[in-house]
Design a protein around this ligand. Structure first.
Ligand SMILES: Nc1ncnc2c1ncn2[C@@H]1O[C@H](COP(=O)(O)OP(=O)(O)OP(=O)(O)O)[C@@H](O)[C@H]1O
Length: 312
């Protein structure tokens, strides 16, 4: 039986990591419970990879406390390696090695590995088993990297942008796999830029910016924190005069044409607001179609917290 089963899978407090004058991580704290999936979100340069690499033991922190499965990754690497799976950003393999060889090499280091051939099959790589790593497509390299992270039956998985560059089919497959691992009690710390990925997979979301936590909670908590902030979306003829609709709606409502013919009303959406919108459209002689009332999306929350402008 594994030691330290009572401790969280990952526990970080007051983490600081600098590169010269750049403070990449600035007092960050987070906790990944056993058997749960935590998604770490943040704009480019927010400090996600640095945080994950400290937890993986690849980087030493400048300050703070990091415990992985109850151990210190900076000093207990040898004890942690057999229990942790790592899928780094951008793969990481010898370019000439064939897919199946590489997976077998990794499997040989594990005490009780999964069958590499079975794993290649599950990840849709059976036909590519003799292909050298450098000749695999980007998505195939990602899947092989995931296979390498999984083959040792880890208790904890670090996935840094696991589905970047994957086609929708491969992405679905990875999502299903992560769901199955979680049901088997594996903890997962993943970073992603895909809000639907975080919503689909994560029990807990941590949004960071400038190396600090700016919000955290379940996807539901994050998107329903402000009950007065809802959205009414509808489609109609492009170019309707939004100043007229705005004047017909209560003061707390904002309205704009998000894309040609796609309209968005934001505020407290009650039955009266819905009725005003449909009646106003009828007055204009247009039909409001695909009418939908929803909470703010995780992407809205993320953009509100981290800004809408592009980072350099
Ligand atoms: N090896 C390094 N040397 C110097 N600065 C670095 C190094 N690695 C990262 N940084 C800087 O640290 C900050 C955090 O980078 P990090 O890669 O952790 O961010 P990230 O959130 O993972 O970004 P992305 O979403 O683009 O992958 C950035 O300002 C980055 O330029």
């Amino acid at each position: 039986m594994s030691p330290n089963l009572d401790s969280p899978a990952v526990e970080v407090s007051g983490l600081v990591k600098r590169y010269g004058d750049t403070v990449a991580v600035d007092g960050l704290g987070m906790r990944v419970a056993r058997g749960s999936v935590l998604a770490l979100l943040g704009p480019n340069g927010a400090g996600k990879t640095t945080t994950v690499e400290v937890c993986e033991g690849f980087l030493r922190p400048d300050a703070g406390r990091v415990r992985v499965l109850g151990l210190d990754p900076a000093t207990d690497g040898a004890r942690l390696r057999p229990r942790v799976g790592v899928m780094p950003q951008g793969g990481g393999a010898y370019p000439g090695v064939r897919a199946a060889e590489m997976l077998r090499l990794v499997a040989a280091c594990a005490a009780n590995p999964l069958d590499p051939d079975w794993l290649l099959d599950v990840l849709g790589l059976a036909a590519a088993r003799r292909t050298p790593y450098k000749r695999l497509s980007g998505g195939q390299q990602q899947r092989l990297s995931l296979a390498c992270a999984l083959v040792g039956r880890p208790e904890l998985l670090f996935l840094d942008e696991p589905t970047a560059g994957m086609d929708p089919q491969a992405r679905r497959l990875v999502w299903e796999l992560v769901g199955a691992l979680r049901r088997d009690g594996v903890a997962v710390l993943l970073t992603t830029h895909l809000m639907d990925e975080a919503e689909a997979l994560a029990d807990h979301v941590v949004i960071i910016d400038h190396g600090r936590v700016v919000a955290e909670g379940t996807p539901h908590e994050l998107t329903s924190a402000d009950a007065d902030e809802q959205q009414l979306r509808f489609r109609a003829t492009p170019g309707l005069d939004m100043t007229l609709l705005r004047a017909a709606l209560p003061e707390h409502c904002q309205v704009h044409e998000a894309a040609p013919g796609a309209y968005l009303v934001q505020g407290r959406i009650d039955p009266q607001v819905v009725s005003t919108v449909t009646a106003w459209c009828a007055q204009q002689g247009v039909l409001a179609q695909e009418l939908q009332v929803a909470r703010r999306s995780l992407e809205d929350v993320f953009l509100d917290l981290t800004g809408r402008e592009l980072r350099s």
